[in-house]
Write a protein that binds this ligand. Structure first.
Ligand SMILES: [Zn+2]
Length: 262
């Protein structure tokens, strides 16, 4: 997935010294597997930018971008992978809540990492223990997934929209519960995500984009998915304009930090 990358070092100087409208170099950067994008400033500075998102959220965003570009089959694959990574995320957060060490969780995960059915089984059991309720997954989701993965089916846009909406609702309902019941362990998991990013941020000015927009924000849970996709398309256009301009003009006052919409 591609996001906006700004020079964090030029940005830092701006917040201390300048009252004038100043041009901050930037461009589109590609996120790596750990969710970090590197921007090389024309003044020789190296910056690392990372959205405050977990892997499943980045994959969901990437799936939505493929969908709005008309790549229906590719977007379904990414929605599926996003759901699978969410299930892993859920299992890890719940196990952290039982005070199990990360290394032990890694070991148990290894036993199921190659089988989505095993992962789903673990998810159902842990969810039942945690919420005392059975989580039901629409049969159509499984049938549609198999048709795409195993039979090479090319889906219609409407079908993918329905598929993505159901997956989004599923993730958001479980995620909301996780945040309400296990906030401490949700944060602990994110600390691990930051640790995995550290080799890419080491030695560089680094910014964590805390307000990064995501299609999986719990606060936007009840927003119309179609409207959110339209907004994503607008942001994609803005990103291209930003890339053509090779940066942003920013103006701030004394004592204020720059406010940037990303
Ligand atoms: Zn710079």
């Amino acid at each position: 997935m591609r996001i906006l990358g700004l020079c964090v070092e030029c940005l830092d100087k701006l917040s201390k010294e300048s009252l004038e409208e100043t041009f901050i170099p930037g461009d589109i950067v590609e996120l790596n597997d750990s969710g970090v994008g590197i921007f090389d400033c024309p003044y020789g500075h190296k910056s690392a930018v990372a959205p405050h998102l977990e892997k499943y959220e980045i994959l969901f965003e990437s799936a939505c971008l493929a969908f709005i570009d008309g790549h229906t089959r590719e977007s379904v694959s990414s929605f599926i992978v996003s759901l699978e990574r969410f299930i892993e995320y859920y299992i890890r957060v719940i196990l952290l809540g039982f005070n199990i060490e990360w290394e032990e969780i890694d070991l148990v995960w290894k036993n199921m990492s190659n089988s989505s059915q095993r992962q789903l089984g673990a998810f159902h059991v842990l969810n039942l223990i945690d919420s005392k309720r059975t989580f039901s997954i629409d049969n159509w989701i499984e049938e549609f997934r198999n048709k795409i993965i195993h039979k090479g089916y090319i889906p219609k846009k409407e079908e993918v929209f329905m598929f993505a909406s159901i997956i989004r609702d599923m993730i958001l309902s479980v995620k909301e519960n996780l945040i309400n019941m296990h906030k401490e362990y949700v944060e602990k998991h994110y600390d691990r995500t930051l640790e995995e990013r550290s080799p890419y941020t080491k030695g560089k000015k680094h910014i964590e984009l805390a307000n990064f927009y995501s299609m999986l924000l719990v606060k936007n849970k009840d927003d119309d998915f179609e409207k959110l996709l339209d907004q994503l398309e607008e942001r994609k256009k803005a990103l291209l304009e930003f890339s053509e301009a090779k940066g942003l003009k920013i103006k701030i006052g004394y004592g204020k930090q720059p406010e940037i919409e990303l």
